[in-house]
Design a protein around this ligand. Sequence first.
Ligand code: DC
Length: 229
Amino acid sequence: MRDSAPVLAIDGPGGAGKGTISRLVAERLGWHLLDSGALYRLTALAAAKHEVALDDEAALAEVARDLDVVFEARDGGTVVWLEGADATTTIRTEQIGDAASQVAALPAVRQALMQRQRDFLKPPGLVADGRDMGTVVFPDAPLKIFLTASASERAHRRRLQLQEAGVDASLSSLLKEIQARDARDMQRSVAPLKPADDAITLDTTRLTIPEVVDRLTELLAQRGLASAI
Ligand code: DC
């Protein structure tokens, strides 16, 4: 049965800290990790490689279904392989993020990635990071978090992240991109970005990463899903 192990579903807009928080909580608990956004990004990258147009829904769904991808845990991070090539940094560019947001709006692509995402659920548990983890992919998750932060705070964080990777980007252009992606993710007809009815919303604008990780661990412990560490 799918729910034989617990799922912590973490949804929210881009740049709210989901990736970092999810990885740290999974590490602390020794649970598996699903970075569902990476699957949409990989679909966009594979489509570019195979010259599939971003509006060819049937062909994109085939690309998504056939994705040859390996997630390899290494040095506290994840190395992502697409068709045998290291795609870890390529999938993080703004260009691929934008294409990912477009392919993610297509129902056939979302359907093609559904089972692949559910297959990540194995004992002792799964931290699932995305936009529709609590609403669509794992509706029975015993703890659902909607992680958010103000758009300007998210633009700041994205800028720092890019700077660390040696990329310079202006705050105003990042803010515009974040707002455009939020709008697309929230307005699409299939699996739009929104909190599940039973989700707990956590605004991280003024919280540090360790504070958020502690809060989530506490919530899991309160529900008997993990012992407080
Ligand atoms: O979280 P991210 O930035 O890596 O996600 C990339 C894109 O994929 C983003 O525009 C939203 C989309 N996405 C989605 O629609 N559903 C998910 N479960 C995860 C990501």
